[in-house]
Design a protein around this ligand. Structure first.
Ligand SMILES: [Zn+2]
Length: 116
């Protein structure tokens, strides 16, 4: 029996494609619903924010320590160790793990503008 949409061979292929599209859509909807309910949990939201903050801080610190003379600009003027744009107003101390240091870490003083 032929339906109105049936056009022989190609209808089989189209059917398969429609099935893939449908499954894709279902998966996307499932992921969306899952993330929505995950975020609805306040504990998850707080944890996510903390993770993000920690991650941002670590990235900032890595950036600050990357270059050998990181705390001056091209003209030799002192700059903030994080954004490298603003003039530094104070220093912040960070501990860096060091295998050769007697206490297992060294103190790093990084100039900080207080804004970035
Ligand atoms: Zn800065």
């Amino acid at each position: 029996m032929r339906t109105r949409h049936s056009t022989g061979i190609s209808s089989g292929r189209r059917g398969a494609q429609e099935k893939i599209d449908r499954e894709d859509e279902q998966r996307r909807r499932y992921n969306r619903e899952y993330m929505r309910s995950w975020r609805a949990n306040p504990v998850n939201r707080i944890e996510e924010r903390e993770n993000r903050r920690r991650w941002q801080f670590e990235r900032k610190l890595r950036e600050a320590l990357k270059s050998p003379a990181p705390f001056t600009n091209e003209r030799g003027k002192p700059v903030c160790g994080f954004c490298r744009i603003n003039p530094p107003l104070r220093e912040i101390v960070r501990l860096q793990v060091s295998e050769i240091a007697p206490r297992g870490y060294v103190e790093l003083r990084i100039p900080y503008c207080g804004e970035c």
